[in-house]
Structures are given as structure tokens and as C-alpha cells.
Ligand binder design. Sequence first.
Ligand code: C2G
Length: 129
Amino acid sequence: MKTIITYGTFDLFHFGHVRLFKRLKKLGDKLIVGVSTDEFNALKGKAAFFNFQQRQEIVAACKYVDEVIAENDWRQKRNDIIRLNADIFAIGDDWKGKFDDLSDICNVFYLERTQQISTTEIKNNLANR
Ligand code: C2G
């Protein structure tokens, strides 16, 4: 059984997120997603439209996702990977290189972001209507 783990805010869930999960699931058998809490988002300088409970519910409803955990801080990834026996850590390539330190305990992959879509673009587009 090959387990993949990824993390993110996943606000205003869109097809870029779905395509990431679809590709991640193809890398193995079980996909675990760490959803950033509202408190952690504040640390990331992000103000999500949907709160943590709502974002967690939406991500958990995605057919590619097998388990959802809370992402509370930058430092939990290593312990999560060990505790959950993750074989792969993967994330969009906007983070390329940032998590290479995890490569001593799992495979680390950076997947190409889906072009022409982002939560920020959605917000800006709606604001300018
Ligand atoms: N993503 C993507 N294509 C897009 C938009 C997002 O592939 N068009 C990916 C991002 O690369 C990321 C994931 O979707 O892997 C979630 O993106 P965000 O919700 O913006 O999360 P982020 O702020 O990158 O938080 O500790 C890691 C952080 O929590 C990641």
C-alpha cells in the first residue's frame, strides 16, 4: 500500500485542486490531505473565504481523497509522514525545492500547477464584476 501526503489551504475548491488530487492518487493507493487550519492560514498570511471545517468537509468529499488531517504548523510534516507511514510527499511546483529536506524519509515530488486558475484569481474576477 503506497501512501501519498500533501498539504494546503484549498479555499474556494476548484479544478486546479481536483487535478492535483487526481494526479497524486495515481502515484499510489491512499491520499492523505492536510488542510490548513484558520490559525495556520493567518501565519501563512492567507484569509480563506471558507473556514477550516468547511474546507475540510469539501476536500474530504473529493473522490480522490482518503483521509483529511489538520495542518496546524510548518513543522508537522516530518512527524505526519512518519506517523502515517507516507511513502510520498507531493505538492504543487510553486513550492519547488522547499520541502526537499523530507527526502530522507519519503519521496518528494513537485507537480506542475494547473494554469489559468487560482483562488486569488477567482476572488479578483468576482470582485471586478
Ligand atoms: N494548486 C495547483 N494548481 C492551481 C492552484 C493550486 O496545483 N491552479 C496546488 C498548489 O500548488 C498546492 C495545492 O494546490 O499544492 C493547494 O494550494 P493552496 O490552497 O494555495 O495551498 P498553499 O497555500 O500552497 O499551502 O504547508 C504547505 C502549505 O499549506 C501549502
